[in-house]
Design a protein around this ligand. Structure first.
Ligand code: GLY
Length: 404
């Protein structure tokens, strides 16, 4: 029987959801109608960002209202999750690479001065969004990576610190013990258990696998209420990330994206977030766009740049974002069996204040729809408009879990 990790999660772990991706009906209507039907003039200033930036919008909006710079406003938003040890998608506490080391990526674009800065694969420095701004402001380069970027950050006055929190370290160990060959109990261990191969989600083997993961999670000291969430992150490596674009009442616009990237990645892997034109793109003449989701897929369609060029040619923010999503779908000939292993959300802000949030799927799971956070005088989070009905499975699939 062809096994999918979505089926496994929904039946073996969550237990209460439908198996069919296409059969899922949205519980909440997307803000598509509002985004397509509303006509200008649109309120300005306006800030849009990924949902994990919601709590930081008030301060950034007040800063913009008082004449603050648009890039500095965006950086105020993304600094919140970067500093938050409980947000394991960005900055301090981000989920690490396969060696247990947190590596961060970020880029930014400043519309008014048409400049850009970027850093990739940075260790030990939590506010990489500000390091990206420093590259922009204090060098003749656009992008620094790895050790050189870290040394540059220290020279600029950023402090080195250990970014791996206990929370993230334990989930990483859960991944090591249950998804790599040599960690976990050896043959001589009296509690040694046969490792199970993937089967159907209802199979005894899968139930055993989950049970074993729960035991390992307990042994690692992961609290009972957090165990299923940790198991999900092991099986569906998340990509985290926050993007923010900000527009002031003069029409100046900037954007920033920052992330700890794909969990359990090969050291040195960088995704879309530090790539100008993929994770973020701002053109003072048109608008600003950014992305969260599968970096690999977004790089291949130069997502943020594609969206800006679409708007330059007259598309609405919603249509421009949907077109970029369709390009991702086109790369798989629209094959939803494969596309459901990936996901992407774009945050799109036009220079006149019109905006849209679009996603490939409704969300990663039924009770967690993708959302875009907005502040245009009223702070809120709205469900994004989705290209496909249903819920994605995070990338990449576990080896052996797909039948081609
Ligand atoms: N979008 C974040 C990443 O893939 O690294």
């Amino acid at each position: 029987m062809a096994f999918s990790r979505r089926e496994f999660i929904t039946t073996a772990v969550l237990g209460s959801l439908s198996l069919s991706v296409d059969a899922q009906e949205p519980k909440e209507k997307a803000s598509k109608v509002r985004q397509t039907m509303t006509t200008g003039p649109y309120p300005r200033p306006v800030i849009i960002c990924a949902a994990n930036g919601l709590n930081y919008l008030d301060d950034a909006y007040a800063f913009l209202k008082n004449g603050g710079d648009t890039l500095d406003a965006a950086l105020r938003v993304v600094k919140g999750p970067e500093d938050d040890p409980n947000d394991d998608s960005v900055g301090l506490g981000g989920l690490p690479n396969e060696e247990g080391v947190v590596e961060l990526d970020s880029c930014c674009m400043h519309g008014p001065t048409r400049r850009a800065g970027s850093v990739g694969g940075v260790r030990n420095i939590k506010n990489v969004s500000q390091v990206a701004k420093s590259v922009m402001a204090h060098t003749g380069h656009v992008m620094l990576v790895g050790e050189g970027a870290e040394r540059f950050a220290v020279a600029q006055g950023f402090s080195r610190e250990n970014l791996l929190t206990e929370h993230s370290r334990k989930i990483w160990l859960l991944w090591k013990e249950t998804h790599s060959d040599w960690w976990g109990p050896g043959l001589a261990n009296p509690n040694w258990k046969k490792r199970v191969k993937p089967g159907s989600p209802q199979s005894e083997e899968w139930q055993m696998k989950i049970k074993r993961m729960e035991e390992v999670a307990a042994d690692l000291g992961i609290e009972p209420g957090l165990r299923m969430c940790a198991i999900r992150k092991v099986i569906f490596p998340p990509t985290g990330t926050i993007h923010c674009s900000a527009l002031n009442d003069k029409g100046e616009i900037s954007g920033s994206t920052t992330t700890s990237g794909l969990a359990w990645k090969i050291p040195g892997r960088v995704g879309d977030s530090p790539i100008i034109g993929a994770g973020c793109y701002t053109d003072q003449d048109v608008g600003s766009a950014g992305a969260t989701g599968s970096g690999e897929e977004n790089i291949k369609v130069a997502g943020a740049h594609t969206i800006i060029e679409n708007m330059r040619r007259g598309m609405s923010p919603l249509d421009a974002g949907m077109d970029a999503l369709k390009r991702i779908a086109r790369n798989y000939n629209g094959d939803k069996d494969r596309l459901k292993y990936t996901d992407m959300t774009y945050y799109v802000l036009r220079k006149d204040g019109a905006w849209a949030g679009v996603s490939l799927w409704e969300g990663y799971e039924a009770d967690k729809p993708h959302r875009i956070a907005v502040h245009d005088g009223t702070k809120r989070a709205e469900k994004t408009a989705n290209l496909f009905p249903g819920f994605s499975q995070a990338w990449p699939p576990t080896p052996g879990s797909l039948v081609y």
